[in-house]
Design a protein. Structure first.
Length: 290
């Protein structure tokens, strides 16, 4: 049973050198605010699996790309699911938490996403573009991203990569959710300065666009960031659905918006802790029975 004052393990890599962001500043601020209602311990992602069972919940925040510690992250997931540990975000995410393959699924389903393929025979499904973005399916933070002309696409080593047309977008905009509710939006008016963000007032159509992806992902408890670009024709297209450890750019927010976000996160975290833990059901191998 949770204690009177819940114990939370907060997972962050404070020393990760993110481009244009200071992970440590954001998580220092966030833990100081969460400490108002929770007992907080901070640990590096490599230590999370060994420490997590002594807490009412584990909050995964700015832990850096898991590519840098994939085996340790996989072990953390496996042990957390097996033990019924409450993890925030919940580990059921279908977005970046599971790799970039969801871009293929969303493309096939007709969602407003940058068209994405992963096989040479499907290249003719992509619109004409000056260059094409090639990225690893397990990529993060632009690791492994390159741009190539169309004549070079057929020779790519397909299998673990995705291909998309490079969009000459007007700007990028991000929508930040706690659970399934939009909290705020920020945009980068200069396409060359991704993290020079400013407040953005979303239209009803913008809200509907972002909500569609959050509803598809169906995470009950957690923080999601829907990243989109405004195409030249005015349409919003999904760039990525960050549901593992989205950077929040809390320093850009007004005190009122930041306070409202923290309050909503506290409520969400309390609700997760109050839930009965769900343990993973072991897979039944051929010849076995439950």
């Amino acid at each position: 049973m949770p204690s009177a004052r819940p114990r939370v393990l907060f997972v962050s890599d404070l020393a990760y050198p993110a481009k244009g962001r200071r992970y440590c500043d954001e998580d220092i601020v966030l833990t100081s605010r969460l400490r108002e209602e929770f007992d907080i311990a901070l640990c590096h992602p490599l230590d999370a699996a060994a420490l997590m069972t002594g807490f009412d919940a584990v909050v995964v925040r700015n832990s850096g790309p898991v590519l840098h510690y994939q085996a340790a992250y996989d072990a953390f997931r496996e042990r957390a699911l097996a033990a019924g540990v409450r993890v925030y975000n919940q580990l059921s995410g279908k977005g970046d938490m599971a790799g970039k393959g969801y871009l293929l699924e969303l493309t096939a389903a007709g969602f407003p996403v940058i068209p994405t393929v992963d096989r040479a025979p499907d290249l003719d499904r992509l619109p004409e573009a000056g260059l094409y973005a090639v990225k690893p399916k397990q990529g993060a933070d632009s690791i492994g991203l390159e741009f190539v002309p169309r004549e070079d696409l057929a020779g790519l080593p397909f299998g673990d990569i995705l291909v998309q047309p490079r969009i000459d977008f007007r700007y990028e905009v991000s929508f930040y959710f706690v659970d399934d509710t939009l909290q705020y939006a920020l945009y980068a008016p200069d396409p060359e300065r991704r993290w020079a963000l400013e407040p953005y007032e979303p239209t009803a159509e913008d809200r509907e666009f972002a909500q569609r992806f959050v509803d598809w992902n169906d995470i009950a408890y957690g923080i999601q960031r829907v990243d989109a670009c405004r195409a030249p024709d005015g349409e919003l297209l999904l760039v990525e659905l960050e549901d593992l450890n989205p950077y929040l750019s809390l320093d850009v927010l007004t005190p009122e918006v930041r306070d409202a976000f923290v309050a909503r996160m506290k409520t969400s975290l309390h609700a997760l802790i109050a839930e009965e833990p769900v343990r993973a059901v072991p897979a039944v191998l051929p010849g076995e029975s439950l």
